[in-house]
Design a protein. Structure first.
Length: 160
């Protein structure tokens, strides 16, 4: 966790640097305990912020630059792993058969899909046309000009 904190504060997105500016240091007391030292008066929510930081593999990033872009998926421990991707277009996640928490009671009824596919569109007009054509099933729209009068799009079918 100390590695992750240091990497985010030094090489992470500027938002992390700003969020963590009142954290003086992180030190490992033992393999399962980390002590964070805070400065300043307005740090009430900072312990929760620090507790919610992602944890990265130090071994993985010893051979991969943390601050460089790559299409190689990093090491993870979640219920899904990257199956395939087309840069800027699609990413498909596959359920991880070795997910460490798959049999925990808290996960019963969760992570039920074998594959999850995300489609990316660089243009809102193209995305809307793909939705109307049935390429994908769910869209949240906030621009009223896009919708023809008296029309509702439901499950990619036009209802008038």
């Amino acid at each position: 966790m100390v590695f992750s904190f240091d990497a985010l504060k030094e090489k992470g997105h500027p938002l992390y640097h700003q969020m963590l500016e009142d954290v003086v240091k992180a030190e490992a007391l033992d393999p399962r305990t980390v002590r964070y030292t805070f400065k300043g008066e307005l740090v009430r929510d900072l312990p929760l912020t620090v507790a919610g930081l992602p944890i990265f593999s130090k071994a993985y990033y010893s051979t991969h630059a943390f601050d460089q872009t790559t299409l190689d998926p990093p090491l993870g421990s979640g219920p899904y792993i990257v199956d395939s991707l087309e840069q800027g277009r699609t990413i498909i996640y596959r359920r991880n058969p070795n997910y460490w928490a798959k049999d925990l009671p808290v996960n019963r009824g969760r992570f039920n899909f074998d594959k999850i596919r995300f489609e990316y569109f660089r243009d809102r007009t193209a995305a809307m046309e793909a939705f109307k054509a049935g390429t994908y099933d769910f869209r949240e729209e906030f621009t009223s000009k896009v919708w023809p009068p008296n029309t509702i799009f439901l499950r990619s079918k036009t209802v008038r």
